[in-house]
Design a protein around this ligand. Structure first.
Ligand SMILES: Cc1cc2nc3c(=O)[nH]c(=O)nc-3n(C[C@H](O)[C@H](O)[C@H](O)COP(=O)(O)OP(=O)(O)OC[C@H]3O[C@@H](n4cnc5c(N)ncnc54)[C@H](O)[C@@H]3O)c2cc1C
Length: 312
């Protein structure tokens, strides 16, 4: 009887491991990670946020950030959350801050409070107008007009770490990639030390964008924003006004699963892990996870990428 071997006799085979399995191989250097949370609105939401923070804390992220609601509506809650992180955890918290609906004096007072409280990292953003996403932005006459002005004010106050937003799909108000890159360079000149990207699904588009950013001479660290999506309908509502393209393959993966949250979560984890693993293969290893205040998916994705709990 002839036995047909599945292995070719001539020379070594290509590794059968896919990008995710390669990313999880023991012994390789794990990527840098950071997490974004939102300030909780209710005592129940606060409890579940803190469960998520406690679960993710041992993964030793570079930093964790807390968002700032439209029009400064979460000012107190953002402040309280970052302070509690500073006092009760080993995490390095970063507070998001926007220019919306606040005078320069009011924003300066928030910056001052953060420095005095021991916060050393601010994510400086212009913000969007309160109400519907995508509305026209009107800066206040006595306020900071954009994130560049805000960054300059933060840097003038104290040696904060300052992260700023970046848009692989081009910001919806921007005429071109070149303009976005010029704005990023202006923010760096004003004192920005890191950029965090909006989330994206077009990996090739992201890599092309990053090539252009680096070719323009930008050398600060850039974290790729990763959103594990479990609710595709909700994502579609949010993505349109932000100018984020949603590929057909993603829509197909979620089609018909409206009533099947378990399968949607599995898909969300697979897509996010594969995105990170592919980016790592291209030499990109700095990921900022939009956690939506839940730990389980992000924890699993980090494990897949080889990020392990810090052992004493
Ligand atoms: C990682 C990340 C986190 C975010 N977190 C929050 C949050 O917590 N709260 C919130 O409300 N929103 C948040 N946003 C959304 C953000 O506020 C919006 O995307 C907003 O529309 C733009 O913010 P920006 O800081 O990028 O704006 P900017 O960089 O100020 O850009 C806005 C406009 O001003 C122009 N501009 C800026 N600087 C210059 C300059 N020097 N010269 C010429 N033109 C200039 C730009 O071309 C652009 O049209 C976040 C976005 C990202 C990517």
């Amino acid at each position: 009887m002839t036995v047909i071997s599945p292995l070719p006799a001539d020379g070594p085979r290509r590794s059968a491991l896919g990008p995710v399995a390669r990313a999880g191989r023991p012994g390789r250097r794990p990527p840098k990670i950071s997490f974004e949370f939102s300030p909780p609105k209710t005592p129940e939401a606060e409890e579940s946020l803190w469960l998520a923070i406690r679960r993710l804390e041992p993964l030793a992220p570079e930093f964790v950030s807390v968002t700032y609601g439209a029009g400064g509506s979460t000012r107190e809650r953002t402040h309280r959350t970052v302070l509690r992180m500073l006092q009760e955890t080993t995490l390095k918290p970063a507070a998001h801050l926007t220019c919306v609906d606040a005078s320069r004096a009011e924003v300066d007072a928030v910056i001052e409070d953060y420095w005095n409280a021991g916060i050393r990292h601010i994510v400086a953003l212009r913000g969007d107008p309160p109400g519907q996403l995508g509305g026209a932005y009107q800066p206040r006459a006595d306020g900071y007009a954009n994130a560049t002005e805000l960054t300059r004010a933060i840097a003038a106050r104290a040696p904060f770490e300052i992260s700023v937003g970046l848009y692989p799909h081009v910001h919806p108000e921007s005429p071109s990639v070149a303009h976005d890159i010029d704005v990023l360079k202006a923010k760096i000149d004003a004192g920005a030390t890191r950029a965090i990207t909006q989330f994206f699904f077009d990996i090739d588009g992201f890599l092309r964008f990053m090539d252009q950013v680096r070719k323009a001479g930008v050398t600060i660290p850039i974290c790729a924003g990763i959103m594990p999506v479990t609710n595709f309908k909700g994502l579609r509502r949010m993505a349109g006004p932000c100018g984020i393209a949603l590929p057909d393959w993603l829509a197909n993966l979620f089609e018909g699963l409206d009533k099947d949250p378990d399968t949607r979560r599995l898909i969300a984890g697979s897509v996010a892990a594969e995105t990170c693993a592919r980016l790592e293969e291209e030499g990109f290893d700095d990921f900022h996870f939009y956690t939506l205040n839940r730990a389980d998916l992000v924890y699993a994705i980090c494990r897949v990428l080889g990020v392990r709990e810090d052992k004493p």
